[in-house]
Design a protein around this ligand. Sequence first.
Ligand SMILES: Cc1ncc(COP(=O)(O)O)c(C=O)c1O
Length: 379
Amino acid sequence: MSITTANIQMVDLTSQYHRLQAEIDQAIANVLHSGQYINGKDVHTFADNLSKYTGAQFAIPCANGTDALQIALMSLHLQTGDEVIVPAFTYTATAEAIALLNLKPVPVDVDWQTFNIDVAKIEAAISPRTKAIIPVHLFGQTADMEPIMQLAGKYHLAVIEDNAQSLGSIYTFSDGTKKHAGNIGDIGILSFFPTKNLGCYGDGGALLTNNETLANRLKMIASHGQAQKYYHEIIGCNSRLDTIQAAVLNVKLRYLDEFIAARQTAASSCLSKLESIYGMEMPFCISSSTHTYNQFTIKISNGKRDELRQYLKDKGIPSMIYYPLPLHKQPAYRDIVRISGDLSVSAKLCQSVLSLPMHTELSEEKIQFITEKIIQYGK
Ligand SMILES: Cc1ncc(COP(=O)(O)O)c(C=O)c1O
């Protein structure tokens, strides 16, 4: 098939579905025939499979990643006004869960190269009210967790990893120990939104932990605060992964490493072709983390990002701006955050970032088409 403007998409979910259709249709049909639409067998199998995949002792499925963040925060016995450190450059859900619980988000600037929280700026943001840090593993790469865990230990802070975007990314500690992103802090949260590394066909999420007491509390919170049906010990919420979505995820989890390898192959091909284009910076990989390329995000910091985006659009190539505003400039949050330091890198990134098409079905032919157009623009 020749490349036309009509067949380049940011994410191609249907081609992946067609590849796995027989297995997925069967898994969904099995649930439909079982009648166990809520908390069916597949939900429990998926929790076990996810726990095996990530190495976390406990995996607790829930309705979506935003709920997972809220449930994680609800489990920590925090008081109104307690502060939670977050990167200033992130998806809104990270701060939303904090604000909904009457806690205070404290944005910290991110590192220009990795887009992840700048570890050197965290300590200055810690106050006597700081109770937790939520590092976000943005775009497919783990934040620098070793120094984050050291700081958290020093100040007795809980660490909730927002791993909505980087399931499958592996972090290596200085002693050589390797851990899955999401299995390093006290709690890790995941999203199975369709475009994530492991996506279902609707909403889905999960929490990871190695602490049994915490795991029991998280489970209870996700289930109306009950361990035993109709006995509600704490205030919780209703956050369940549907059995149909769990069945889909059980199939797709078997392919997750393949999906990630496909993203990595596509990304290395883009990187080799776009190596040195004046005015453009390519994604940067830190040595301590693998990159799973949930997004392939470049930086154009000469003020021409929007011009490039329009040029690509005219050539039939979609692109996205993740994210156009830093947290502290969002109308919903600008009056409630506590600003503790300079956030200029995050602000500048919002003017500079552009995410290009990236998914498991991105063919070399399409990469050739996209990169050629970008090279022509750069000349
Ligand atoms: C960094 C981050 N955190 C949290 C979420 C929330 O996940 P969900 O859409 O499953 O609620 C997302 C989803 O896009 C995300 O990218």
